[in-house]
Design a protein around this ligand. Structure first.
Ligand code: GLU
Length: 484
């Protein structure tokens, strides 16, 4: 990469829309390693402008999970810095000002189209198999009409005025020049009716104001980059370098997804994967240490880091490989360190204190403790002889229930047994099912057995990541069963 005479400043910009994603740790690691190599700065900016997908607990979870992974940042919402605030919702006035300035320069316009009109437009385009996009009705509204609508208080968005001819090109560090025909790029909304910016406006304004020199992000953002490049040009600003990392993939090469792989960093943390293993493993996803070396520290990676050792083929997030690598690390740990890990991760006091009240009345001697509670400590369960099917229900029916419930649990923000119970009850009413149709398979999926302490309390204590993983594995197992 060029432009190394300036201080290198990189950022990650996670959106607080859910559990801390393993992809965020992967992108963060490469940003971190790159900037450490060049004695630069690493910034975390929270992109919380999508109010519909916002989840209040997510930001703290993301920061906490990244700290656990072992990535340190120099500026961010928790530590502050010279370009604060580092949370986009606190920067709304800035975006509005810049969007207005683009209108003044003739590079953007107010669009008064209603959602109904845009819905009809989208449906018509779908029906006619045309590419989706705004038809630019408001692009050339006479100024007098604009004034009139503003005076009437009609809500509006601000859209970019994309050139309709020519090309927009940019250099990607890993892929060389990438070109897009301007004609194919939509007049993207920059500022929404609620005054919130869209990602495209906010990302460019913030990367500029925060003096970001290198934008290192996932390849899913390549198609957005021409819009960003165009905005830099319209504002008259210098562009950062763009580097799009290959996406993490499931074993079938599709983009990594919850359905096929646990995607929450917390899942790996709970499973007893060491943070150094996770960093090493994520590094291997895109980068080659050389000489077939697979086990290396982050410090060694920083020392040897160059972009030409990146591989662009979709890296597969292979859980077996991750376990193997973790085993390599564990082997080397001293017995004392092992003891510390066991106490911290497996027999964690806080966790034990949640389990004890659930089994107190069932256990007569401490030697029975493990028999009653093994599922709280085990990894993935084996369903071969597990009674997953209630009488009269087929594997397909039960898979459907389990699948619906996994999705409902996914959006459960207050993970406690009452709330979980409510989710189940609502589902039973909605589908007109009996408790046994649903409670039994879920109990067996998450504990491996029919006889357990109270189900919803067990689900609460096991935690969302483990529960979802087990239910998903039970669904996979049901797929292998014959319909009767
Ligand atoms: N908010 C985007 C994300 O969640 C940031 C993309 C970027 O780095 O520009 O990945």
């Amino acid at each position: 990469m060029s432009s190394m005479n300036k201080e290198v400043r990189v950022r990650i910009a996670p959106s607080p829309t859910g559990d801390p994603h393993i992809g965020t740790a992967y992108i963060a690691l490469f940003n971190y390693v790159f900037t450490k190599k060049h004695n630069g700065k690493f910034i975390i900016r929270i992109e919380d402008t999508d109010q519909k997908r916002y989840r209040s607990d997510s930001e703290a979870m993301i920061l906490d999970a990244l700290k656990w992974v072992g990535i340190q940042w120099d500026e961010g919402p928790d530590v502050g810095g010279p370009y604060a605030p580092y949370k986009q919702s606190e920067r709304r006035d800035i975006y509005r000002e810049y969007a207005e300035s683009l209108i003044q320069k003739g590079h953007a316009y107010r669009c008064f189209c209603t959602t109904q009109r845009l819905d009809i437009l989208r449906k018509t385009q779908q029906a006619q198999k045309l590419p989706p996009g705004y038809d630019r009705l408001c692009r050339d509204l006479p100024q007098a009409d604009v004034e009139k609508k503003l005076a009437e208080g009609i809500p509006f968005v601000i859209r970019i005025k994309m050139p309709t001819t020519g090309k927009t090109a940019f250099k990607d560090t890993l892929r060389g020049m990438i070109e897009f025909e301007n004609d194919g790029v939509d007049d993207q909304v920059l500022l929404k009716t609620d005054g919130f910016p869209t990602y495209h406006l906010a990302v460019v304004v913030d990367d500029h104001l925060m003096k970001i020199t290198h934008v290192i992000r996932g390849e899913e953002w390549i198609s957005s980059t021409p819009k960003h490049v165009m905005l830099y040009e319209m504002f008259g600003w210098d562009k950062p370098e763009f580097c799009h990392l290959p996406l993490l993939r499931n074993a079938d090469k599709s983009k990594i997804s919850k359905r096929k792989n646990p995607t929450s960093i917390n899942y790996y943390r709970r499973k007893g994967i060491l943070p150094e293993t996770l960093r090493n493993f994520l590094a291997l996803m895109g980068w080659n240490f050389g000489d077939n070396v697979e086990k290396f520290t982050t410090q060694e990676m920083i020392e040897g880091f160059t972009w030409d050792r990146m591989t662009l083929g979709g890296p597969v997030f292979d859980l077996k490989k991750l376990s193997w690598l973790n085993g390599q690390y564990l082997k080397q740990e001293s017995n004392d360190k092992w003891l510390v890990h066991l106490k911290e991760i497996v027999f964690n006091e806080e966790y034990l204190l949640k389990i004890i009240p659930l089994i107190k009345e069932r256990v007569e001697k401490f030697e029975d403790f493990i028999d009653h509670t093994s599922f709280f400590f085990q990894g993935d369960l084996n369903y071969t002889n597990a009674p997953l099917l209630p009488k009269g229900r087929t594997p397909t029916e039960v898979s459907t229930y389990l699948n619906d419930l996994v999705l409902k649990l996914d959006v459960c923000e207050n993970w406690n047994h009452q709330e979980i119970h409510n989710i189940f009850n609502q589902y039973l009413t909605e589908k007109e099912l009996k408790p046994k149709d649903v409670f039994m398979p879920v109990r067996v999926a998450v504990t491996g057995s029919k006889e357990t302490p109270p189900l919803f309390e067990c689900i609460e204590v096991l935690g969302k990541d483990i529960v979802q993983r087990r239910i998903r594995l039970a669904i996979e197992f049901l797929k292998t069963m014959k319909e009767s």
